[in-house]
Design a protein around this ligand. Structure first.
Ligand SMILES: C[S@@+](CC[C@H](N)C(=O)[O-])C[C@H]1O[C@@H](n2cnc3c(N)ncnc32)[C@H](O)[C@@H]1O
Length: 384
């Protein structure tokens, strides 16, 4: 039998040893020198990523297959062995001051782009409005609309939605999830919060359309920033889908969400997540697509359990998002004639390349390691 002292040593030894080695494992566990060396190497990786992205954006002709092959070769190595190199900035590794930083820039660069481009890319159906989050393909969906329906059905079950619930959608996009759930439950009430003016205008249009469930008096819209959110009502359920990649402070956000809940209320958060020791981001998406965007590691939500505690969680394989991105890219390419003359604040050819790089880059990344490193996380939480 091993002596207790030796047992303790065996447990500690690998960690103590790893602490001095840059790049591998949890960067928060590194000695000062290993930490600095890792950060230095991260800057070099950032520079290479930006050089590849910006050459493509500037017009270097690279077939999609070559881009995908490049990402498929490099990314599994980073995800599996050197995840700390995927944390491009210090702020990715800690909580920010505000709940969400730079929200107005985010609206300008991303969510308030011409809706005539975004809506057909995301799919704009009679019941499934544009939904800018992962569809669920693993249950046999034949197309994007069906995948999005399957995803919302799956959330209804996990959240245990009851007819009569009063629900808040925190970052409600175009109102797709509220519209679909209202269509299924005649006595559910929904409040949607969103900072994007043009997405709110889309919902205001639907609120005037008798065919839309948003036109019932069971839907209330708040155009505003989640940093300043306040409601008179308390909610039985709060859901937030695809929003927490814009939230940099889980502690304060969960305190705020807990204050909006009824006594026995539940919160359901659906986010992009990575099964790596630390949160990650990308210098390309930070500059061109989602300023201040970050992907929380799978354990981040349950470990911020001061005001809300996680009672159940699910990892959803990234292949579902890989297929969703492939459908968005196909729609984007198919609509070139309709979207090429809209105002993007930059020359269209450049814009098209930025967006094709984004859709290929993220789409490919969700498929690496067979979708087991980079996927979506869902968390069911209650008040502590
Ligand atoms: C990725 S989209 C997801 C939308 C929707 N939940 C869905 O699944 O289709 C993120 C949403 O969060 C909203 N959002 C981002 N930052 C916000 C902020 N600071 N305040 C309010 N809404 C915000 C965006 O406008 C957008 O509607």
């Amino acid at each position: 039998m091993t002596a207790p002292v030796l047992q303790n040593f065996e447990k500690r030894a690998p960690q103590t040893f790893e602490k001095h080695i840059p790049l591998i494992g949890d960067i928060h566990q590194k000695s000062a020198i290993a930490y600095q060396m890792t950060r230095g190497m991260t800057s070099a990786v950032n520079a290479v990523q930006m050089a590849v992205a910006e050459s493509y954006i500037a017009g270097v002709e690279v077939p999609d297959s070559a881009l995908r092959a490049l990402f498929n070769t490099c990314m599994p190595v980073f995800f599996k062995y050197f995840p700390s190199l995927l944390a491009p900035y210090e702020w990715v590794l800690k909580e920010t001051d505000h709940l969400a930083e730079g929200s107005r820039d985010l609206m300008k660069i991303q969510y308030d782009l011409p809706q005539e481009m975004l809506n057909p890319m995301l799919g704009d159906g009679d019941v499934i409005y544009p939904k800018y989050s992962m569809g669920l393909w693993q249950k046999g969906a034949a197309n994007l609309e069906e995948a999005q329906k399957h995803m919302i059905d799956d959330m209804i079950e996990k959240m245990d939605i009851q007819d009569g619930d009063n629900i808040l959608d925190f970052g409600c996009g175009w109102g797709c999830v509220p519209n679909y759930i209202l269509s299924k439950f005649p006595n559910v009430r929904f409040t949607g919060l969103n900072l994007s003016h043009w997405q709110c205008e889309y919902m205001r249009g639907k609120m005037q359309d008798p065919k839309s469930f948003l036109s019932s008096d069971r839907f209330t819209l708040h155009e505003g920033d989640l940093n300043d959110a306040k409601f008179e009502d308390k909610f039985d359920k709060i859901l937030s889908v695809g929003v927490f990649c814009h939230v940099g402070n889980l502690t304060n956000s969960f305190r705020k969400l807990a204050s909006f809940l009824t006594e026995n209320g539940t919160v359901f958060i659906h986010i992009i997540t990575v099964r790596t020791p630390n949160n990650i981001s990308s210098p390309f998406t930070h500059k061109y697509i989602f300023p201040n965007g970050r992907y929380w590691n799978y354990d981040a939500v349950p470990s911020h359990n001061k005001d809300l505690k996680t009672v159940n969680r699910w990892y959803m394989n990234g292949i579902n998002y890989h297929k969703t991105f492939a459908a968005w890219l196909e729609n984007f390419d198919a609509n070139q004639d309709l979207v090429k003359d809209l105002n993007y604040g930059t020359d269209y050819d450049r814009f098209r390349r930025i967006w094709r790089f984004y859709l290929i880059w993220l789409g490919t990344n969700f498929a690496v390691c067979d979708g087991e490193c980079n996927g979506n996380g869902q968390y069911l939480m209650v008040r502590t």
